[in-house]
Design a protein around this ligand. Structure first.
Ligand SMILES: Cc1ncc(COP(=O)(O)O)c(C=O)c1O
Length: 354
């Protein structure tokens, strides 16, 4: 193959991180279980680096266009990125960021570690107005669970001019739908737990940046906080990522079709679907009671938190105390999986009709 030819993400997902093609070699990487190493080389110690993490990091870094670090969870990655804020500095973040991120920002603000300014990321003028006092601009696009979309090129350009660092939680998109570093973001993070790993059997996080200084800061944070993944989890995540393109394609097709049909459903007052991805939110005509009944009646859909697995799940988000009151009590978030769309439709239709 010529040097100019760059394989598509699907081919890289399948082929990256495999051992050399020597006769008799394994076709997939092993799991390196070692807490320490013979002195004088790298790795040196299991909290600093691990070859199984590195295989996952090389693949994810390649897809996002930067250098990746794997973390113990998505929240460990969130925590490392929030620590990029200087002491007492200001973070501008969405009202409806993931509720764990919101709760951690609240905690840090109560301790005086930072100041938070909350905005609607779809209101570009409001975000731009908040930038002069900001140190970090935190983006989720779409937001979780209100699915608001931000004008990323405009915001990144303005943040760059104002010297504001931009961090994007790209969990809902994956690098196959959006590559924020290519649009000018400084750092991308993922809850790898979701689409990247994809099978609801591993909790893991990651950061990716093309800035060497930020990479070094994030690596120091991971090492000193011990926010490291287990090698087995890293291996499972890479195995899951091999099929990301197929899973995402099917889940998105299903989501488009279900969003279209749900808009016509007599028991549904409102559907939120930003036009990409596989998360759809609906609001029931019968309020909270109808949303709770929907959770209880489904048989194919799983009533469960989290998202991005092969299986379709749903949940009324306000059942979590940490969810902001501006999220409607009857809002049900659907994580559309890869089952046959007619089975998903038949099940949710019967559950909505009661
Ligand atoms: C958008 C988003 N970011 C971060 C997280 C946190 O990830 P984890 O649960 O892997 O710690 C989640 C979890 O739901 C999420 O939805």
């Amino acid at each position: 193959m010529s040097d100019q030819h760059r394989s598509s993400p699907a081919t890289r997902l399948v082929g990256m991180g495999r051992p050399d093609r020597s006769p008799g070699a394994a076709v997939g990487p092993g799991i390196e279980l070692s807490s320490t190493y013979v002195a004088g080389g790298t790795p040196a110690y299991g909290r600093f680096s691990n070859r199984t993490w590195e295989v996952l990091e090389d693949t994810l870094g390649d897809l996002e266009g930067g250098r990746a670090l794997s973390f113990a969870s998505g929240m460990a990655a969130v925590s490392a990125c929030l620590a990029l804020t200087p002491p007492g500095g200001t973070v501008v973040l969405p009202h409806h960021s993931y509720n764990g991120t919101g709760a951690l920002v609240d905690l840090l603000e109560r301790r005086g570690a930072l100041r938070a300014v909350r905005v609607d990321p779809a209101d570009t003028a409001a975000v731009l107005a908040a930038l002069p006092s900001a140190d970090v601009l935190w983006i989720e696009s779409p937001t979780n669970p209100m699915l608001e979309i931000a004008d990323l090129p405009t915001l990144f350009a303005a943040a760059g001019k104002a010297g504001v660092r931009t961090v994007v939680d790209n969990t809902f998109n994956t690098p196959l739908l959006l590559q924020p570093l290519q649009l000018g973001a400084d750092v991308v993070l993922h809850s790898v737990t979701k689409y990247l790993a994809g099978h609801s059997d591993v909790v893991l996080g990651a950061t990716i940046t093309a800035d060497e200084q930020l990479y070094a800061t994030l690596l120091t944070h991971r090492t000193l906080h011990g926010a490291i993944p287990g090698p087995h989890e890293a291996w499972l995540a890479l195995r899951g990522m091999r099929t990301l393109h197929l899973r995402l394609e099917r889940a998105c097709e299903n989501a488009v079709e279900l969003a279209r049909r749900l808009k016509e459903h007599p028991a549904v007052a409102r559907v939120r679907y930003p036009g990409r991805g596989a998360i759809v939110c609906l609001e029931t005509v019968g309020g909270q009671a109808a949303a709770e009944a929907l959770e209880q009646r489904v048989q194919v859909w799983l009533p469960a938190t989290s998202l991005g697995g092969v299986e379709s799940t749903l949940e009324r988000r306000r059942r979590h105390a940490a969810e902001p009151e501006s999220v409607p009590v009857e809002l049900v978030r659907l994580s559309v999986g890869i089952e046959a769309v007619e089975d998903l439709w038949a099940d949710i239709d019967q559950a909505l009709r009661g």
